[in-house]
Design a protein around this ligand. Structure first.
Ligand code: ZN
Ligand code: ZN
Length: 348
């Protein structure tokens, strides 16, 4: 296979081909999805997990947060609004990108998962608008969304991702799909976390708990997405040994390393004067996340092995991944999807 040759969009229906695709890309596939006849049966578990995470913004009543909003400091309010729209700017890229990837993947079960992820990204986007519309007047909502577009540091960190996504749009080759996937892992598995840390830090002080509940649902989704894309990359590389070359493996390390630097830079900018967040600790946390993503990809740690330096963020991951635990914020029982050994969620 030529990894620089454009992938073609497969016809909708190809009755002469099997339902079980012969490849994740460039495969022969009828286009008919039968979940009981797929190349990677563990993808059905993943699909189920994604579906059972279904939520929507309007289920969360913002009244408590609306009351608390005026009691936040001016600084807290400003950072809150900046982070909210900055996260929205990241999520805005994901819906169309996942949809586009879906077009070029030939395995129908992967198409279905990309479709579900795209839907969840649309919900994430809506939730940022929903939070903002609960707290500030329309004019400020609009101004804040524009602020996210113009902020040079936001632009700088998003550029890395945008370049890879845009490259695939212009030239959808296997090589560009690989790079898109690595950047998607950065977006979902590293870039969100300075923002998440800010909201969880407020929650630790019993502030804006409804917003944090929503953020925790977004984090739960993003963990699954990043995990899925890691699996996608592993399958892509093992099915297409031409992609599994030294240069591409080096690209993974370099690209994740750069995302770590950009996330640290962003944290220093946005979280500088926030009580309760130690920037040095956050830097360690970002490295801890990067190591985790690399292990999910089957690669080695880029940074010194470490325990989670911000266990108060880890609490949320555990709450969300384990079978049944009480919701950290609302203190009422919530059942989460069972995680099976076979799909390797221990690395989440
Ligand atoms: Zn998202
Ligand atoms: Zn996502």
């Amino acid at each position: 296979m030529n990894i620089q040759a454009p992938l073609s969009k497969i016809k909708l229906l190809n009755p002469e081909f099997p339902n079980k695709s012969t490849g994740i890309i460039n495969g022969q596939s009828s286009g008919l999805l039968n979940w009981n006849d797929i190349a990677y049966p563990q993808m059905y578990d993943l699909y189920q997990t994604l579906l059972s995470n279904f939520w929507k913004a309007q289920e969360i009543n913002m009244q408590d947060d609306i009351k608390q909003w005026d009691h936040l400091s001016e600084k807290e309010q400003d950072v809150f609004l900046r982070i909210n729209t900055q996260l929205a700017s990241l999520d805005s890229l994901q819906t169309p990108t996942m949809t586009q990837a879906m077009d070029y993947v030939t395995d129908s079960s992967f198409k279905a998962i990309f479709a579900v992820i795209a839907q969840q990204e649309a919900v994430h986007n809506e939730s940022y608008s929903y939070i903002l519309s609960s707290l500030v007047p329309l004019r400020e909502q609009n101004d804040r969304f524009n602020q996210a577009k113009e902020d040079p540091i936001v632009q700088k960190r998003n550029q890395l991702i945008l370049d890879a996504y845009e490259q695939f749009r212009q030239s959808p080759t296997p090589q560009h799909l690989f790079k898109l996937a690595i950047n998607s892992i950065n977006l979902e598995g590293i870039y969100f976390y300075a923002g998440f840390a800010f909201f969880y830090n407020l929650a630790r002080q019993q502030k804006m708990l409804k917003t944090s509940t929503m953020i925790s649902y977004i984090q739960r989704d993003e963990m699954q997405h990043a995990y899925f894309v890691c699996q996608f990359v592993r399958i892509l590389l093992s099915e297409n040994p031409e992609l599994n070359n030294e240069e591409n493996i080096q690209y993974v390390y370099d690209c994740i390393h750069e995302a770590v630097q950009l996330e640290k830079e962003w944290a220093h900018y946005i979280l500088a004067d926030i009580d309760g967040i130690e920037l040095e600790e956050f830097e360690q946390y970002v490295e801890y996340l990067a190591n985790k993503r690399l292990r999910q990809l089957g690669l080695s740690n880029l940074f010194e092995e470490k325990e989670n330096p911000m266990p108060w963020i880890h609490v949320f991951s555990d709450e969300m991944i384990n079978e049944t635990k009480s919701d950290f914020f609302e203190q009422k029982s919530r059942t989460y999807t069972k995680v099976t050994q076979s799909n390797g969620f221990d690395e989440l």
